[in-house]
Design a protein around this ligand. Structure first.
Ligand SMILES: NC(=O)c1ccc[n+]([C@@H]2O[C@H](COP(=O)([O-])OP(=O)(O)OC[C@H]3O[C@@H](n4cnc5c(N)ncnc54)[C@H](O)[C@@H]3O)[C@@H](O)[C@H]2O)c1
Length: 458
């Protein structure tokens, strides 16, 4: 295979990771089949309608139409692809373990439809527990055995590190690409697939410009087991970093220090770094909660205690309770009060609400008898369809949500919330209480507008 040769790819699972990856690889010139078992997703994507919210995605969907096909199964194209990327969901089971049903289903489908001779590299991009590359190989082999053929395939692990809300940026301009493989062929094919990214020899998409200070990514090759652990370790580390600053925020409040000053003071140390040092309501989303649970579960299976990670999880969920405590200490009586919850997505620039802090906070407020009004720039439909039974009022703007409310609880740091005229909103509220779950706004300004302001660690 020549270095410049473009590949035929199949990306199975067209969610946040699969769709982003598929679009980026199609933009870079590969022929891509994006596959999803959800017919509605395929139908919309075929019509150029984005199925998730991600900056730059809609334009890329239009731009890549020549290289991109959407399918509901791998059967029709598996005989022509060089690489098949598994990017399906890996949710948590009740006991914290990872549910591999979707991954195994894809492995079965591969085994049932793989032609006898065409070489195929199967890539696990889903976040999966240790040993899953081996498990996928076993499942495929079992299916091939049933058919009386051996097939010609290898399985590699290629964990994904993108951040929702910046998914395309992170895919085109990653810090590193990690490939866990046992054979050179897989490594070489994947190096070729990623060569435009490794060499940065493409014209950036209009809405996804190359960051000015961007340096070429590292290509890290490891064993599949190490690659699988790298993903969990990375997320566990970041989750712990956030919980660490949240723990320090608690003591900052007690002693009268300002956590923003403290975070800056420690983050400027290159050994520590300033990112993921923002105190607030803590992490949620589709990754940190389930990945920390999964790693803790792996520890349990191996009889290995992980007290640091356990504490990081405990601190994180304590932050959600603190929002309620802050409301209790300001508006005092929750029952019968109106609380405007601003932000439903687990972070800004996404419509993803999975394990978002807003879910727990709203649940608790409703249980305590509050009237809840909510507003989010893009995640309202997602929230409504996941929690249709809840008695909450959906507002069409920050102003509408806050009007006549006793308190505002800001839970997602959407930039839009910075550009709202809080000065004009304050007089329209019943009690001017502002709980800033992301330390987004300036305390001095909010106090000037008449708010009783509470942030984390100040
Ligand atoms: N979302 C993130 O920010 C992120 C970042 C890094 C890694 N990951 C990991 O990537 C994986 C995917 O995450 P996501 O957020 O994109 O999930 P998602 O839920 O958004 O998308 C998964 C998609 O897979 C489809 N699917 C399931 N089984 C299928 C099958 N047999 N055939 C075809 N399609 C199938 C579903 O219909 C769904 O559209 C997970 O393991 C996750 O932990 C996610």
């Amino acid at each position: 295979m020549k270095k410049t040769e473009k590949l035929n790819l199949s990306v199975v699972g067209t969610g946040y990771v699969g769709l982003t990856t598929g679009l980026a690889l199609a933009y870079l010139g590969h022929k891509v089949h994006c596959v999803d078992k959800n017919a509605e997703i395929i139908d919309k994507l075929e019509r150029g309608i984005p199925t998730i919210y991600e900056p730059g995605l809609e334009e890329l969907l239009k731009e890549t139409s020549d290289n991109m096909h959407f399918n509901s199964s791998i059967k029709e194209h598996i005989d022509m692809v060089d690489v098949l990327i598994i990017a399906v969901g890996t949710p948590s089971k009740q006991n914290g373990d990872t549910d591999l049903t979707y991954v195994e289903k894809v492995a079965q489908e591969i085994g049932r439809s793989l032609p006898p001779d065409n070489p195929l590299v199967v890539v696990n991009k889903s976040t999966v527990p240790i040993g899953t590359a081996r498990r996928v190989e076993t499942v495929i082999k079992e299916e091939l055995k049933e058919r009386g053929i051996k097939g010609n395939f290898s399985v590699a692990s290629n964990p994904e590190f993108l951040r929702e809300g910046a998914a395309l940026n992170d895919t085109f301009y990653p810090d590193r690409l990690v490939i866990g493989a046992e054979d050179m062929r897989s490594i070489n094919v994947l190096r070729q697939m990623y060569s435009p990214i490794l060499e940065q020899n493409f014209v950036p998409p209009r809405l996804v410009p190359r960051p000015e200070d961007y340096r070429l990514p590292a290509f890290v090759t490891t064993s599949p087991t190490s690659a699988e652990l790298i993903k969990y370790a990375a997320n566990a580390f970041l989750a712990t970093k956030v919980s660490f600053i949240n723990e320090i925020a608690g003591i900052a409040e007690k002693v009268g220090a300002d956590i923003k000053e403290v975070a800056r003071g420690i983050g400027l140390d290159k050994r520590i770094g300033g990112s993921f040092l923002h105190a607030g309501v803590g992490w949620g989303g589709s990754c940190f909660p389930k990945d920390t649970r999964s790693l803790l579960h792996a520890g349990q299976q191996y009889g290995y205690n992980m007290p640091l990670l356990k504490a990081a999880v405990e601190v994180n969920y304590r932050q959600r309770k603190k929002i309620i405590e802050m409301l209790q200490s300001t508006i005092k009586v929750i029952r019968g009060s109106t609380v405007a919850v601003l932000g439903l997505a687990f972070k800004p620039n996404t419509d993803d609400i999975r394990e978002s802090p807003a879910i727990d906070v709203i649940e608790e407020l409703l249980e305590m008898g509050a009237k809840v009004k909510v507003y989010d720039p893009v995640a309202m439909d997602n929230y409504r369809s996941n929690f249709p039974y809840q008695e909450i009022e959906y507002a069409s703007s920050v102003e509408e949500a806050s009007r006549e409310a006793d308190a505002v609880a800001l839970l997602t740091d959407w930039e839009d919330f910075l550009h709202v005229s809080w000065k004009d909103i304050a007089p329209q509220m019943k009690q001017k209480v502002f709980i800033d779950g992301r330390n987004l706004l300036r305390e001095e300004d909010m106090q000037k507008y008449g708010f009783t302001y509470r942030g984390f660690g100040c």
